[in-house]
Ligand binder design. Structure first.
Ligand SMILES: [Zn+2]
Length: 226
């Protein structure tokens, strides 16, 4: 596993419960960044839900809610982020239906309920059922599109979510972080342990081991450490 992925994996798990599950903050972040806004449907909500063992997540159009299988998320950050992105795209498809003119069948239903969201939901569900009937689950166009959306955005989402959770990560990998840390510190004539600690903290790298390493690297660079 490369260092960036390892680092992000740690960041994503740090604030979750007992480092077992994808943190609520990350799910909310993904929704805020990848879910379309909708005047008709309102906003996408989510919660951890009890889902069948084999189901990672589920979008329930009637509730406009995304369910995340908590049991499935243990140490599976990448897969879970991918799942959340996939389910978000189903919401985006639902939103797209709300922008189209409702079908006659949906219009009849929407008139009955006097609610355009009901029409959009009707059309979205009809589209999903029709696709599944015609193509099967795996080859349904809306499933292919959701998988593609998740694949296209996965690396970006992992990176952005990592930065968001840490509020600190601005670098591509640990080597680059060290370069930045040393650059920053060597601008001072005299460097204290406190300054080193602050700088390491800014990269979420403050540990006794890194403190020793920083002092060693700085001395090699000819800097004065007090
Ligand atoms: Zn799907």
């Amino acid at each position: 596993m490369n260092l960036l992925i390892e680092y992000i994996r740690r960041l994503l798990s740090e604030r979750s419960w007992g480092d077992k599950w994808l943190s609520p903050e990350v799910v909310t972040f993904l929704i805020n960044n990848y879910a379309e806004k909708s005047d008709v449907l309102g906003r996408l909500t989510w919660e951890y839900g009890k889902l069948p063992d084999r189901t990672w997540g589920q979008y329930v159009s009637k509730q406009r809610k995304l369910y995340v299988n908590k049991a499935k998320t243990k140490d599976k950050f990448k897969q879970q982020v991918q799942t959340v992105l996939h389910e978000i795209q189903h919401w985006n498809q639902h939103v797209k239906c709300s922008l189209d003119k409702p079908s006659p069948a949906a219009a009849a239903k929407a008139t009955y309920y006097d609610d355009p969201a009901v029409g959009a939901t009707y059309d979205f569900n009809a589209m999903c059922s029709r696709n599944k009937w015609e193509h099967g689950y795996w080859k349904s166009p809306h499933e292919i599109e959701a998988r593609q959306f998740a694949a296209d955005n996965l690396q970006d989402a992992l990176s952005r979510a990592g930065k968001f959770v840490s509020g600190k990560l601005e670098v591509e990998d640990v080597d680059e972080a060290w370069d930045d840390i040393l650059d920053e510190l060597t601008e001072h004539d005299v460097i204290t342990r406190r300054m080193i600690g602050d700088e390491l903290s800014a990269y979420d790298m403050n540990s006794p081991k890194n403190m020793q390493l920083a002092i060693q690297k700085l001395k090699e660079l000819g800097a004065q450490v007090r």
